[in-house]
Design a protein around this ligand. Sequence first.
Ligand SMILES: NC(=O)C1=CN([C@@H]2O[C@H](COP(=O)(O)OP(=O)(O)OC[C@H]3O[C@@H](n4cnc5c(N)ncnc54)[C@H](O)[C@@H]3O)[C@@H](O)[C@H]2O)C=CC1
Ligand SMILES: O=C(O)C(=O)COP(=O)(O)O
Length: 533
Amino acid sequence: MSTTHRILVADPISEAGIEKLKADPAIDVDVRIGISPEDLLADAALYHGIIVRSQTKITREVLEKASNLKAIGRAGVGVDNIDVEAATEHGVIVMNTPAGNTISTAEHAFTLMMSMARHIPQAHASIVAGRWDRKKYVGVELYQKTLLILGMGRIGTEFARRAMAFGMRVIAYDPFLSASRARLLSVELADQIDDALPEADFITMHMPLTPDTKHLLNRERLTEKVKPGVRIVNCARGGLIDEAALADALESGRVAGAALDVYEAEPPGDDFALRGSEKMVFTPHLGASTVEAQENVGTEIADTVRNQLVDGTVVNSVNMPSIDPKTLEEIGAYLTFTESLGRLAATVAPRNAERFRIEYSGGLSEKDTTLVTRAGLKGLIDAAWGDTEINYLNAPANAKRLGLQITESKQADPGEFTDLIKIIVTAGDQTTTVAGTLFGGKPRVVLINDHHVEGKAEGNVLIVENNDQPGMIGQMGSILGNHGVNIAHMALSRSGAGEKALVFINLDSTPSDEVLDELRAQPSILSAVTAEI
Ligand SMILES: NC(=O)C1=CN([C@@H]2O[C@H](COP(=O)(O)OP(=O)(O)OC[C@H]3O[C@@H](n4cnc5c(N)ncnc54)[C@H](O)[C@@H]3O)[C@@H](O)[C@H]2O)C=CC1
Ligand SMILES: O=C(O)C(=O)COP(=O)(O)O
């Protein structure tokens, strides 16, 4: 039976994007543009996917109600209207469209800079008002002026190209920009923002709004650090500039002008201090509002969310590593297997694990194993704590919540196997080790503590530790047989003749507590545990 995935489109995306979703039999789409916060809360549980732009706020409260939600798609770049931390905790993947609106936004920001330099909106309004103010609107050239770009990512880079074509000197401040990349882009790299501010005739902002970047242009910078007469463009996020401080800096003349597409509150309230200033140029968050950009981001996000819900791929996620079809092919087989190993470790290990260590050797040691580690962690947490809401996304956050330390190591030499995955769980001074490999594509458990076995890592398993003495297998077989539990496969291991032995049994059904109690009551059986892995 095929499942239908229900997607809410909460903000306006292109018709082409909506048509894509409507045409897909696996998708049921509800277009509810401008849905109220109350309705969103009330109906959040209906949806597996939600698509937004910058308007709809996906808050922690919404995520708490959205019990079926798996993916949020942002048709655009900035995800500051989504509580990504809460989404991660709830196992909801957040994905965006990083490149679809780059050119439109760079062009818009550049247009704002030029309009500001030549007072275009004010001059236009003066004509409309019947005036002919040629003296009042004398502007400045961009040519040979110094431009400071704050945030040299996709949009910043496109802005720089255009500025250089206009003969501007370009300085970039971006803590994540390498010196070699700056050279490649022909821009000067500023190590410290405060060193660059006094040099800039124009500043343009192109970074995300985060707790680190909030009010990057604060009162001190706007009134003491910037070059007198600077002109500022913000087409990124309103919160990057302290608007009240900007109003004062304009008033004092330290800042000659500013052009904003984005605001601390959108739309700005009645108390918006900058509204009346003649030195300002405003647009209502139009950076990405072109036919081309909307076509790009609308169709892309429709595909991205659809593919995540239907095929399990993850691309352009801001809170989870990518799982593209190639990655799935490379490590897909290891994901379910490592989850089983995690479950097995939980079964054999004592409760209250404190440390989870996963070791990769062989071919896997050269691959990106982030997700494989998360799969093992998911299996462990699910089986040990009974937390079925756990998934690849929220496994690390849940491990943290449970006080579980995670370490991962890799070594090239796999010993006798092509690939080996070892999970070591520690609780107090007790350490439990399980290891496994894919044997001709089939998952095999090859080690449980110091016992080498060759067990099938699937279905119902029973692990019995006993004293190595004659008749033990018969004893176990009869107890299981008497309760109608069929043995599918059995693997034996012992540390030495007459010492401790371990039996790894695959069963056709789950043994009851009665069976386990009976096994444990045998004088030579030291332990018996069962799990569905
Ligand atoms: N007005 C509009 O309609 C639009 C606004 N945006 C905004 O523009 C921003 C930039 O977009 P893209 O260039 O596509 O993103 P991007 O991710 O390609 O670039 C962002 C850059 O900011 C840098 N950065 C991060 N923290 C920084 C810090 N503390 N100081 C300086 N640089 C820092 C990053 O290293 C990166 O190079 C987005 O975050 C979004 O909020 C994006 C599209 C449309
Ligand atoms: O992509 C972004 O970050 C934007 O700010 C564009 O916002 P919008 O989709 O036009 O509401």
